[in-house]
Write a protein of this length. Structure first.
Length: 237
């Protein structure tokens, strides 16, 4: 679905100052048409991203590392059982955080963490993975988000749609004034993306409450890419 909202200003004779929402525009150039439009491109997400965080904590740094490494290996084993390839799992390095007792100003223990970004195109695998992680007692899942793999192509499509609309608006204004366009003088583009909200999980609390992990198919909303374009077209003499 494409939606476009346009506002235009026509400068044919003397320069004048255009003002919108209290922010001054550059002085209009004689013999030009300036239009501001918004174009959109919408598409179904093609990539799901599952975020996990592994944590180990102990008074001894070596023991905290061992806890984190053991839990990470448990996650790797789970992913293999669920049919995921190692290339789909992107692990961060281990990070160490000394935890200080502010009364004594001494380190009381250490927290070692690492995170996992798991990418998949088959959304039907999300539910079984979440359920299996809960059954294994893993409290590592932090959320699921949805993306477009080729975001650059989506942005280009939104920009192309916005430019077509801008040109159509400018041509309509020029025709109403008895003139014709001769070409684009300048343009500015502002692109933004509205993605579905991430699905967050609190695995431990859901298990304690007896609530099963979701196993139904995930049906995320579309991703919307918006291109706001301000364009100035020259008019034929």
């Amino acid at each position: 679905m494409l939606r476009v909202y346009a506002a235009a200003a026509l400068a044919l004779l003397a320069p004048r100052l255009l003002v919108a929402q209290g922010a001054p525009h550059p002085v209009a150039v004689p013999g030009t048409v300036e239009v501001s439009v918004q174009g959109e491109f919408q598409a179904e997400p093609d990539t799901a991203v599952v975020q996990m965080e592994i944590t180990g904590q102990s008074a001894a740094l070596k023991a905290a590392y061992a806890q984190a490494q053991a839990q990470a290996e448990q996650v790797r084993s789970l992913l293999r059982q669920q049919g995921f390839r190692p290339a789909q799992a992107h692990w961060s390095g281990y990070q160490v955080q000394p935890n200080v007792d502010y009364k004594t100003q001494r380190v009381k223990d250490y927290t070692v963490t690492t995170s996992l970004r798991l990418e998949m195109s088959d959304f039907a695998k999300i539910g079984p993975l979440v359920d299996a992680a809960g059954s294994a007692g893993l409290n590592a899942l932090r959320g699921v988000s949805f993306e477009l793999k080729d975001m650059d192509a989506a942005k280009a499509a939104a920009i192309a749609d916005g430019y077509q609309r801008a040109q159509a608006e400018a041509e309509a204004l020029a025709h109403a004034a008895g003139r014709q366009l001769s070409g684009l003088s300048r343009a500015t583009v502002d692109v933004s993306t509205l993605a579905p909200r991430p699905v967050l999980y609190a695995m431990a609390s859901s298990r304690m409450a007896g609530a099963p992990a979701p196993t139904a198919e995930f049906t995320p909303q579309q991703i919307t890419v918006t291109a706001r374009i301000s364009a100035v077209f020259r008019l034929n003499p």
